[in-house]
Unconditional design. Structure first.
Lengths: 290, 234
């Protein structure tokens, strides 16, 4: 019989990790839901954002949490510009081209990172990195607790924006009915770029929440993006609550998988659950039936 | 109000409209009639800026709008209710109507919402339902209601009676007449020749991308050629 403390710690760790996965996946699912493309640049843009947080800290002494507004705005602007200036221009509205363009962007960013930072792993030393809180016998690192709370808060705010604001309504309108959107005077290209920008801004936030306890290297995005793709498909492509639920679920799978099967086999748990869910719900947990 | 001259338009290398002249004065209902493939929908898509014309000019209130983006044309007050309704299926009826005022008349959105609901009481029963769950007739009302939310100066209706039951078709034409009585200029594109001519002031008949006939509606309805080709009457 397993120690209940161990189970409790597995649950806590899984949820904490899952919230970050959810935040990365939210951006991916938003971009997929509106632009109907799979953003292959997602992982490398997360990596770029993490280097951004690293530089802000090491060069200017800006605390990663204080950097959050800067990174969110900066990544939004970068995402908006990439979509409007590069992806839409280079793709001529063809989905397969968009795919290749985002893949190309990721290759460029990763190689630039290798050029400027080499392959070394880098961390930032914040004084509170090892602060922790004991909850029923399990020590929880405070930065991870902050990351969890902030990720849920950001997901909530994003949901409100999509549901309640005019921009959110326009985003949902463009996702399903482009022609109709043009005829009510929505600038579809602008809304595409806003959606892409918001999706990338989520990565800026995720980077700030990750850096106090994580390290950054040029391929750090790969680990996250593979899981984020899994989360998006598991939750239902384009579904917001699905990404949140999927993220938490995958976090738990990984954590319990590690607990029962050992660290290196732990990831199998993710894909077992993934396959089982898709067998019974091919469009994902909360995906709308096609 | 709207002046179209020598309009040539199409898709890619295919020219669909081969030199169209058409005008609408304020307060008129002008019908554009013609069978499938005559170029009616192409005409509308070019007026509302969805496509770039090949040649010619489109002027609204004296201003050349043929190079404007769709959102600028909407902002000017030319509102196009497209064939196939094009409502937002994933949004509620209320959200669809609210988006009608996205580019124009936003300040008066709630007052206009009340007005549209008064015109289409059926929509208020479905207010919080997703538009995709509405019947064809209800979606058509929603599409027109969404157009009215922008306080149109010229309303372009593309096949509003398509797919409606005969009773609803009657209701639709009655509604268009009522909107026009309130001073709205309407460009009505229809296959339904008789009922369109009954409410229109003037009409154009489009055939193979060119205007084959034009004139006052009451004159056209008596025209032998038109009766033979479109009504199957000898």
């Amino acid at each position: 019989m397993l120690d209940p403390i161990l189970l409790w710690s597995g649950l806590v760790n899984g949820l904490l990790q899952g919230a970050i996965y959810a935040l990365v996946a939210l951006g991916l699912t938003l971009i997929y839901g509106v632009l109907h493309i799979i953003n292959f640049a997602h992982g490398s843009l997360l990596m770029l954002a993490m280097y951004g947080v690293f530089l802000l800290f090491s060069q200017f002494g800006i605390d990663p949490y204080a950097a959050l507004p800067i990174m969110v705005v900066g990544m939004f602007v970068l995402g908006y510009g990439l979509q409007r200036g590069l992806i839409s221009r280079a793709s001529h509205g063809r989905d397969e081209n968009i795919l290749l363009v985002t893949l190309g962007i990721s290759i460029v960013i990763e190689n630039l990172a290798l050029f400027f930072f080499q392959g070394d792993t880098r961390t930032i030393d914040v004084p509170y990195a090892f602060d922790s809180l004991e909850v029923f016998g399990v020590f929880i690192a405070i930065p991870r607790l902050i990351a969890f709370a902030a990720a849920l808060l950001i997901a909530g705010l994003l949901w409100l924006m999509i549901q309640r604001s005019d921009v959110g309504r326009a985003i949902r309108a463009v996702a399903k009915e482009k022609q109709g959107a043009r005829l009510v005077g929505i600038n579809v290209e602008h809304i595409y770029a806003v959606s892409y920008g918001v999706g990338i801004a989520c990565l800026g936030a995720a980077a700030c929440l990750l850096m106090p306890t994580y390290l950054v290297y040029p391929t750090v995005g790969h680990a996250f993006v593979l899981i984020a793709f899994t989360v998006v498909v598991l939750g239902g492509m384009g579904s917001f609550p699905g990404a949140l639920l999927g993220g938490l679920l995958i976090g738990l799978c990984e954590s319990f998988g590690g607990l029962f099967l050992g660290e290196s086999f732990g990831q199998i748990g993710i894909f077992l659950v993934f396959i089982v869910v898709l067998l019974f719900r091919p469009s994902g947990l909360l995906g709308s039936r096609v | 109000m709207l002046e179209i001259s020598s309009l040539r338009a199409g898709y890619g290398a295919l020219e669909v409209l081969r030199g169209i002249d058409l005008s609408i004065s304020a307060g008129e209902i002008v019908a554009v009639l013609g069978s499938n493939g005559a170029g009616k929908t192409t005409l509308n898509a070019n007026i509302s800026g969805l496509y770039r014309l090949f040649g010619g000019s489109i002027r609204f209130e004296g201003e050349e709008i043929s190079k404007h983006t769709p959102e600028r044309i909407v902002a000017a007050g030319v509102i196009h209710v497209p064939e196939g309704r094009r409502v937002f299926p994933n949004l509620t009826v209320r959200e669809n109507l609210e988006l009608g005022a996205y580019r124009r008349a936003r300040a008066r959105r709630s007052a206009n919402l009340d007005r549209v609901v008064a015109t289409f009481p059926r929509l208020s029963e479905r207010f919080d339902q997703k538009a995709g769950t509405l019947s064809g007739g209800e979606q058509q009302m929603l599409a027109i209601g969404r157009g009215l939310m922008a306080e149109p100066r010229l309303l372009i209706l593309d096949e509003p009676s398509l797919g409606l039951s005969p009773l609803l078709v009657e209701e639709m034409f009655e509604l268009i007449r009522r909107l026009n009585d309130d001073g709205l200029s309407v460009l009505l594109v229809e296959q339904n020749v008789v009922q369109s001519l009954e409410i229109a002031d003037r009409a154009y008949v489009l055939e193979n991308g060119a205007i084959a006939m034009q004139g006052a509606a009451e004159a056209l309805i008596e025209d032998e050629g038109l009766r033979r080709s479109y009504l199957g009457l000898a």
